[in-house]
Design a protein. Structure first.
Length: 383
């Protein structure tokens, strides 16, 4: 009995010794760690809790907004004045005076230039003199014709003599008519020495100066009426069936930033251009303040449909599941599947207008290709 007690005490002593050794070792390790940390107590790391669901990057999500949307056919082209005219010389003469310069605004019928009329006046006087002579010859021929007719009735003249007198009178009458036409042409040439504006507008080009000699049909001026501008846009044949005259077009012109110009389709060409297979579409726009000029480049959209203040999401956010159109909304760390009504798609900026099933400010998933389910836990990565 005494022996058993002794062994038990020895075992207890060994256990106590071991415990003391471990305590001393742990104390030394803690002291060493405290020294290495500069006297700050060590912090014990806790394993993060794992999230069982989908995590989305901010780029995968969009916030629902209200914007103005339109579906349209894009077109572009160079602006040109609808009405422009080239003024040419009707007669060959020397330029006496020029009254206008490039960029000046002129009214229809305004005097632009004068040509020298010395030669034209002399030619008119010559033609008038010839006409007077022809009229005198006609008067004489008429008198001889009457005499021949009287003598023929009395038997003193033959029928042959009467026929000759008649023929002379007819020839003289034809000469008078020809001379009258020449006088008319000479008067017109004299009037054409004064150059008038055929339309109102701005002087675009001036090709002559005083003292220069111009030939018939020589270019003198170009006049452009900027009140109405025209754009000839080449539209792919596949888009033309959606267009029609009178359709609204919103134009942006280089140099005017975000300013929009309201225009209309005026005409659509009946045939496509060879090679490009594009069809010219002619667009007209008013230019009352004359800020648009010929040669400017414009891009625009022929509006097919539009909604102002539409509830809009990217097209990638709209899904087609089991013959239903749906979107997925991220709300309270869960996905919410909603059936939606598409009011307008195929817009120029790639967004879709939806009905009232979704509200502005909500967050939707805009990443295609992911398999999503209603009620699936989800959150934004890093939150």
């Amino acid at each position: 009995m005494k022996r058993i007690t002794k062994i038990g005490l020895s075992a207890a002593g060994l256990a106590l010794l071991a415990t003391g050794g471990m305590y001393v070792l742990k104390s030394r390790q803690e002291a060493r760690a405290l020294a290495e940390s500069g006297g700050r107590p060590a912090v014990t790391a806790t394993a993060p809790q794992r999230f069982e669901g989908l995590e989305f990057a901010p780029a995968d999500l969009v916030t629902v907004q209200t914007v103005d949307l339109r579906r349209a056919v894009r077109l572009s082209g160079t602006l040109q004045p609808l009405d422009q005219s080239q003024v040419r010389a009707e007669v060959a003469a020397t330029v006496e005076d020029v009254m206008v310069r490039r960029g000046e605004r002129v009214q229809k019928g305004q005097l632009l230039a004068k040509l020298d009329t010395a030669d034209l006046g002399a030619r008119l006087r010559e033609k008038q003199s010839n006409l007077d002579s022809a009229r005198s010859a006609l008067n004489l021929a008429a008198i001889n014709r009457e005499k021949a007719a009287t003598l023929a009735k009395s038997g003193y003249k033959s029928q042959t003599a009467l026929d000759e007198a008649e023929n002379t009178w007819r020839t003289a009458r034809a000469n008078v008519a020809a001379m009258e036409q020449q006088v008319t042409m000479a008067k017109k040439a004299l009037n054409d020495a004064a150059i008038y504006a055929p339309i109102g507008g701005l002087i675009g080009d001036r090709f002559v100066n005083p003292g220069e000699r111009v030939a018939v049909d020589a270019r003198l001026f170009t006049i452009a009426d900027l009140d109405t501008m025209e754009v000839e846009a080449l539209v792919p044949a596949r888009d033309v069936p959606q267009l029609k005259p009178g359709q609204r077009v919103v134009l942006h012109v280089e140099g005017f930033g975000t300013r929009e110009f309201d225009a209309r389709i005026a005409r659509i060409n009946p045939t496509a251009q060879s090679g490009t297979r594009s069809i010219p579409v002619f667009v007209l726009l008013r230019n009352p303040d004359l800020v648009l000029r010929g040669g400017m480049f414009g891009t625009g959209e022929a509006v097919l449909a539009e909604i102002d203040g539409a509830i809009a999401v990217p097209a990638d956010a709209v899904r087609h599941e089991k013959d239903e159109t749906v979107i997925y909304v991220l709300a309270s760390d869960r996905l919410e599947r909603r059936k939606v009504t598409v009011l307008l798609d195929g817009t120029t900026d790639g967004r879709v207008a939806l009905g009232g099933e979704i509200k502005p400010g909500e967050t939707v998933i805009a990443t295609p290709g992911l398999r999503l389910n209603d009620g699936l836990p989800a959150r934004i990565s890093g939150r």
